[in-house]
Ligand binder design. Structure first.
Ligand code: F6R
Length: 260
C-alpha cells in the first residue's frame, strides 16, 4: 500500500486524476470503478476539467459504481445511479449506457449481486477502482463485520452510516436501511485501488485501515491484501497514522519511472 499525504485536497485530486487518466489513455476499453459520496468529488471535478480543457476522452470507457441504495424510486436524486451522473458522467463523453449501478429494486434484489458481479466480469474487470472510506471503516457499503471475501450483495447500513449520509436527505428517516454493494472480494479483483480520504472525521478509520490489523471490523483494512493500492490522504485524515515519516520518505524517494 502506498500512502500519499498532502495538505491540499486539490493536489491529492490532481494526483489521483493522473492515475485515472493514465488508465483511460493506455487501455483500449478501460473499465473504471466509481465511488459516490463527497471524497471523490474533487477527482471528478479535475477529470471533467481535463475532458473539457485538455480533450481527455472517456468515449471508450465503461464504468461501474460501487453500490446503490435499496428501495429508492428510479430517478430519485440521491440514488447513486443519479448521483454519479450528476456529479461526473453527464459532464464527460462516456456512453451513458455503459455506466452501470447495482439494481436496488426490492423486487429483483435477490439476484442483483450475482448479476452485477457477472457484468463486471463480462466487461473484463475493473482497471482502476476509486474508493472513499466511511468513518466506521466501511468501503463501498461493506459495514464492519463484512466478510473479507464477500461478493456483491445486500447489506444493512449501520446507524453511523445512516447518520453520516442523512445530510443528503431531508431527514435520517429517509435514508434507506439497506444497500446493494460490491463485496470486499469483488473490490479486491480491481487491478488498482485508489482511495481518497480527507478531514479529521476519517483519521481513525484511515489509521485502522493502514496500520491496524487485517480485520473485518475495519473493512478498509482489506486494502492490505491488494498488490496495488494507493491511499491519498490530507494531513487531517493522516493524523492517526504512526509511520508518516516513512510514508513521506517513500514517496520522496519513489523512482522516477515508477508510477502510482
Ligand atoms: C459510496 C461509498 C462509500 C463512501 C463512504 C465515504 O459509493 O462507496 O463507501 O465512499 O461512505 O463517504 P464520503 O466520501 O461522503 O465521506
Amino acid at each position: 500500500m502506498e500512502i500519499v499525504i498532502h495538505d491540499s485536497a486539490a493536489e491529492l485530486a490532481r494526483m489521483a486524476a493522473d492515475v485515472i487518466e493514465e488508465v483511460v489513455r493506455n487501455n483500449e476499453s478501460p473499465v473504471l470503478g466509481l465511488a459516490t459520496g463527497s471524497s471523490p468529488l474533487p477527482i471528478y471535478t479535475e477529470l471533467i476539467r481535463r475532458h473539457k480543457e485538455e480533450g481527455l476522452s472517456f468515449a471508450h470507457c465503461t464504468a461501474f459504481t460501487l453500490d446503490e441504495y435499496v428501495g429508492l424510486p428510479a430517478g430519485h436524486p440521491e440514488s447513486y445511479y443519479e448521483v454519479i451522473r450528476n456529479e461526473f458522467t453527464r459532464h464527460i463523453d462516456i456512453d451513458d449506457a455503459r455506466v452501470f449501478s447495482p439494481d436496488g429494486n426490492p423486487d429483483t434484489i435477490a439476484t442483483a449481486g450475482e448479476r452485477y458481479d457477472a457484468a463486471i466480469k463480462e466487461a473484463g474487470g475493473v482497471d482502476v477502482q476509486i474508493l472513499g472510506i466511511g468513518s466506521d471503516g466501511h468501503i463501498a457499503f461493506n459495514e464492519p463485520g463484512s466478510s473479507l471475501r464477500s461478493r456483491t450483495r445486500i447489506k444493512t447500513l449501520t446507524n453511523q452510516t445512516r447518520e453520516d449520509n442523512a445530510r443528503f436527505f431531508d431527514s435520517i428517516d429517509d435514508v434507506p436501511i439497506h444497500a446493494v454493494t460490491q463485496g470486499l472480494g469483488t473490490i479486491l479483483e480491481a487491478k488498482h485501488l485508489v482511495l481518497i480520504a480527507t478531514g479529521a472525521g476519517k483519521a481513525e478509520a484511515v489509521a485502522n485501515m493502514v496500520e491496524g490489523p487485517l480485520a473485518s471490523v475495519c473493512p478498509g483494512s482489506v486494502l492490505q491484501l491488494h498488490n496495488r493500492a494507493t491511499v491519498f490522504v490530507d494531513n487531517a485524515a493522516a493524523a492517526g497514522l504512526e509511520h508518516v515519516e516513512y510514508y513521506n520518505t517513500s514517496i520522496e524517494r519513489k523512482p522516477e519511472w515508477q508510477k502510482f
